[in-house]
Design a protein around this ligand. Structure first.
Ligand code: AMP
Length: 397
């Protein structure tokens, strides 16, 4: 079956066409600047062709989806001979609140329920719905599935997801930890257990999803039992530009000093903080490493803070699960930076965790990176959220 996977933002739309039998990507790309002017990036991967970039007006997401569909059946570079080959569409949806504990086939009721979660993800959910509507308008008879970033974490116990605020905030407004990157944490934890040759249902795994957005998840016997992001993706690790955990009083203090309203201070915490805010160099770890190697002390500090926070979360999840069998590193930073994995793992010598220095040079490949006598097995596992969405979609349709 060929599946179109859609990840829709407010002014962008990423897509892939995946053949579910071979699990190969046939075509991929993105539409950018929707509603502003419009640009389509398209690549026929199955034929190994180069990316094509086309500037064209995209007043709404509907025109964007139409351009993607046209490109997919284009005489010269199309990856499909006919659009009827697309038998299902899988949509990434960011927030499923407490309503969605797994992926679902999209119906009008599902869309209404996703809309009810808009409050919890005001930047993402409305865009996800726009993408669903645009695809429905152009492919009315194709079944569609919603795959939620939050669903995997719905197995967390209440002691992990509740905040220490009046219970009424939960009862009345559903204020609690939800967690994100669920598709990635689920995919990577399963893959790590597969590589480890252990039963997913009997393994304690910690997944470090370290990308521009970063989160950690404790997966006990196949279930998420805790994760570092919260009501929103701002909680937890220090990220590219997000602060992660901070004393709420510091937020009020900064807002007063800088004369910022809620929107202003949230912008500071989401977009101007993290390793970029600390270093003043960049949110990209390649730039940070280069600056750090040249002696830039704030870049060095940002790296140390990032790794320390990762280690603190990993340590707390070892306590939460009363042990750990497997630690997996994934996403842009986790998959590509042996030096950073080493810095994090150095905190766990007391557990008998030992890396294999040669194996730890790996980038972007599934690989065991711990030494043969390490008490904890450590893996590099590239994440593949699109493939995970395609698998869920096929399973449901
Ligand atoms: P992601 O959000 O998963 O796409 O990860 C993006 C981040 O991964 C970038 O901001 C970089 O900091 C980091 N990254 C990607 N490739 C490398 C690399 N080869 N070395 C160091 N960092 C990398």
């Amino acid at each position: 079956m060929k599946v179109l996977v859609i990840n829709c933002g407010s002014s962008s739309l990423k897509y892939q066409v995946i053949d579910s039998e071979s699990e190969k990507v046939l075509a991929k790309g993105l539409c950018e600047r929707i509603g502003i002017d419009g640009r389509l990036v398209y690549q026929n991967v199955s034929k190994g062709l180069d990316k094509e970039v086309t500037d064209a007006a995209m007043p709404t997401h509907k025109e964007a989806v139409q351009m993607v569909l046209d490109a997919l059946v284009n005489d010269k570079t199309g990856a499909l001979s006919d659009l009827s080959e697309i038998e299902a569409v899988g949509h990434r949806v960011v927030h499923g609140g407490e309503k969605f504990t797994s992926s679902v086939v999209i119906t009008e009721e599902v869309i209404n329920a996703v809309e009810e979660c808009n409050d919890l993800a005001p930047l993402h959910n409305p865009a996800n719905i726009i993408g669903i509507r645009a695809c429905q308008a152009l492919m009315p008879n194709v079944p569609m599935v919603a795959v939620f970033d939050t669903a995997f974490h719905q197995t967390m116990p209440s002691k992990a997801y509740m905040y220490g605020v009046p219970y009424e905030c939960y009862e009345n407004y559903k204020v609690r930890k939800y967690g994100f990157h669920g598709t990635s944490h689920s995919f990577v934890s399963k893959r790590a257990c597969e590589l480890n040759g252990t039963d997913y249902d009997k393994t304690k795994t910690i997944v470090c999803h370290l990308g521009n957005g970063a989160s950690i998840c404790a997966v006990e016997n196949g279930k998420s039992v805790d994760t570092s992001m919260g009501l929103s993706p701002l909680e937890g690790l220090i990220m590219g530009t997000r602060s992660g955990d901070i004393d709420p009083s510091a937020v009020e203090f900064i807002a007063k000093k800088e004369n910022l309203d809620f929107a202003g201070v949230m912008n500071l915490l989401n977009k101007k903080s993290g390793v970029e805010g600390i270093s003043g160099v960049s949110s990209d770890f390649r730039d940070l490493k280069a600056a750090s190697d040249e002696g830039n002390e704030r870049a060095q500090l940002a790296i140390e803070m990032f790794c320390y926070r990762v280690a603190k979360y990993v340590g707390s999840y070892i306590a939460a699960m009363n042990g750990v069998d497997v630690i997996a590193f994934t996403a842009g930073i986790g998959e590509n930076t042996g030096w950073l994995r080493e810095k994090v793992c150095n905190y766990f010598g007391y557990l008998g965790l030992k890396l294999d220095d040669e194996a730890n040079k790996v980038a972007g490949e599934d690989k065991l990176i711990s030494a043969s006598d390490s008490k904890v097995k450590v893996y590099c596992v590239p994440t593949n959220e699109e493939l995970a969405i395609a698998r869920e979609t096929v399973a449901l349709v």
